[in-house]
Design a protein around this ligand. Structure first.
Ligand code: PGA
Length: 250
């Protein structure tokens, strides 16, 4: 039985005062009976603030990126040991915005994935196809290539200590959610790729869906067999919206 998981991805949003309001809403509004694991992945600069706020709550903390290096002359980078000092547990790697806007390759993402695990963080590995790739029937090829980069560099067993997020790029921030069936098909495909190497890892790894998840569509998506929760962008910025999604996950 896989535990449901909902992670907020704030992207480049927030301010000290907005964060305070958002997080008190989330922390106080989370029903103590929920089985869902909840995390927020916040901009680096707010890791310290949010770390203090979530300290005695059920909410976990994550970053949106991580350096592939431990420390040293890497201007502008933040490494695992720094994040760990603030009780950060997760790091998103390979988000489509990092891949598309900042040119991160499958190989770069694999290095970050390895570095995160080596440094004691749980990587949330994002995979997903562009609209033109879906329209030209390339979805499975793209997702398998992105997954294989990790399996080839870190080994399939490494996926046991990670979370995968399937985020079709055409659904991110567009209001165009994948239908539950479309998402389920790709989640099932991801498990079948992993199963070629290791059946038990394919069944135990949590796979989140991301891309315009809202309170109104979360329940239907999360009820699909291979969807274990969501990675939430826009709707993680308002506590009521985020809480509705957490509640839908159980
Ligand atoms: P969205 O973003 O929920 O705003 O579509 C999801 C993501 O990019 O992780």
């Amino acid at each position: 039985m896989r535990q449901p998981f909902v992670a907020g991805n704030w992207k480049q949003n927030g301010s000290l005062s907005q964060n305070k309001e958002l997080m008190s809403g989330v922390i106080n509004g989370l029903d103590s009976g929920l089985t869902v694991k909840v995390a927020v992945c916040v901009p680096y600069i707010y890791i310290s603030q949010i770390s203090d706020m979530v300290a005695s709550s059920k909410v976990s903390l994550g970053s949106q990126n991580v350096s592939d290096q431990e420390s040293g002359a890497f201007t502008g980078e933040i490494g695992c040991s720094m994040l760990k000092e603030f009780a950060c547990e997760y790091a998103i790697v390979g988000h489509s915005e990092r891949r598309a806007i900042y040119g991160e390759s499958d190989d770069d993402v694999a290095k970050k994935f390895t570095a995160a695990q080596k440094g004691g963080l749980i990587p949330i590995l994002c995979v997903g196809e562009l609209l033109e790739e879906r329209e030209s029937g390339q979805t499975e090829v793209v997702v398998e290539r992105q997954l294989s980069a990790i399996i080839n560099s870190s080994g399939v067993a490494s996926l046991k200590d990670s979370i995968i997020a399937y985020e079709p790029v055409w659904a991110i921030g567009t209001g165009k959610t994948a239908s539950p069936d479309q998402a389920q098909d790709v989640h099932f495909f991801i498990r079948s790729v992993i199963a070629k190497y290791d059946e038990s890892v394919s069944q135990s790894v949590q796979i989140l869906y991301g891309g315009s998840v809202k309170g109104s569509n979360a329940k239907e998506l999360f009820s699909m067999q291979d969807i274990d929760g969501g990675l939430i962008g826009g709707a993680s910025l308002k506590s009521d919206d985020f809480l509705a999604i957490c509640n839908a996950a159980g």
